[in-house]
Design a binder for this molecule. Sequence first.
Ligand SMILES: C[S@@+](CC[C@H](N)C(=O)[O-])C[C@H]1O[C@@H](n2cnc3c(N)ncnc32)[C@H](O)[C@@H]1O
Length: 375
Amino acid sequence: MSNLQIPLFESVETTHLAYGVVIFNKDKFLQVIEGLIDKSDIVNVKKEIFRIKEVIGFPQNDREGMLNIDSNGDTISLRKDVLISELNQILESQTLERAIYYLKRLVSGIRKIKTSKINDINLLRWKEYDEIITDSLWILDKRDTSGAHLGWYWGNFIPQIPHQMMLRYTKKEDWVLDPFVGSGTTLIECKRLGRNGIGIELNPEVAKKAKELIEIEYNKFNIISDVIIGDSRSVDIGQVLEKSRIKRVQLLIMHPPYHDIIKFSKDEKDLSNAKNTEGFLRMFGDIVDNVTPYLEKGRYFALVIGDKYSKGDWIPLGFYCMNEVLKRGYKLKSIIVKNFEETRGKRNQKELWRYRALVGGFYIFKHEYIILFKK
Ligand SMILES: C[S@@+](CC[C@H](N)C(=O)[O-])C[C@H]1O[C@@H](n2cnc3c(N)ncnc32)[C@H](O)[C@@H]1O
C-alpha cells in the first residue's frame, strides 16, 4: 500500500467497520455515480466504474476530487470490500437496465439511512454488517481479550455476547442494564459501542475490580458507566436511573450464576448459594420482577444461562429460567445455542471426562443458551 492511500482507509469504532473503509466526499461521489444513471450506453458506464475502482486502488488518479475531504464537506464512509463487490456487480451486468438498477441502489444506500427503532443498522447497506450473527447456533472459538477484557473472572461471559446483543438491540447512547455485572464485561463493551451502562454486583471486591477495568477502557463516546454494589433483588433501580435522569433502559442483559456450578461467594444473597433449584428460581424471578418495570416496552432482554447436572440428572436451568421470565409476560424471541468454552478446571481433564461420560452414559456440557425476550 502506498503512503498516499493510508489516510483514506481507516478503522472506526465498531468491528463491522473495522474492515478497510473508503471515505468519499459525498457530493462529489454522488455526482459521479448519478451522472452514470443518465448514460445511454453500458460500455461507457462500465468504463467509468473501472475508473472509480482505479481511484479506490490508486487515489493519486482521483481527478474529480471524489476523495477530497474538505473540513466543511459531507463525507461518506463505505466498507471497501462491499463497495468493490457492488461495483463489480455493475461491471458484470448484461444490460444497461440492470447496471442502472445497481447504480440506483448504490445511490440510495448513500443518500438515505434506513434503520429500525431498536438499532443503528443501516438496512440499505446491510451487507456491511456481516459480523452480526443472525443464526441461532453460535460457534465462537475465540474470546475477545483486547483492551480491558482480561478474562480474569471465572464465570464471566465472552464479550462477543453483549457486543452482538447491543449491536442488534440498541442504538448509540441507549442505556443497558446488567444486574449480574461480575467483572464488567457488559460495561466495557458498552464503552466501546457508545452505549450507557449500569451494572449491579453483589460482591464488593469483584465490583471494585470491575470498576477499575471499566475505567481504563477509553471512553470514546463519552458515555456513562455506573457499577452499583448490591443485591439485584432489592436495589432501587428507579433511584439509580434517576441519578442519570432517565426512567427506563433499552436493553437488559442477565448472566446469573448457573445455580451452584460456581460458588461466587459465601453471601446467602448470592444466587449461587440458593439451597435448591426452586430457591434459585425464586431469587432469579425476584430479580426479573425488580428490573422489569425499568425496561422500555418493545425492547429486549437477553438471558445467558446454562444447564447443570445434579446427582447424575440433567437439570434444565435454562428452560426453567426461561419459564420464570415468560410467566412475567415477556414474549420469547429466540433461543440461541452457543458453544461452551472449556472451563479452566476441565481443560486438563478432557480425557477423564470423556471416560466418565462413556461409563456413566451422559453427555459433557458443550453449550449454553442466550434466551431472548421482548417486553
Ligand atoms: C455468571 S457471573 C456474571 C459474570 C459477568 N457476565 C462477567 O462477564 O463477568 C454472576 C455474577 O452475579 C453475582 N451475583 C450473584 N447473586 C447476585 C445478586 N443477588 N445480586 C447481584 N449480583 C449477584 C455474582 O457475584 C457473579 O459475579
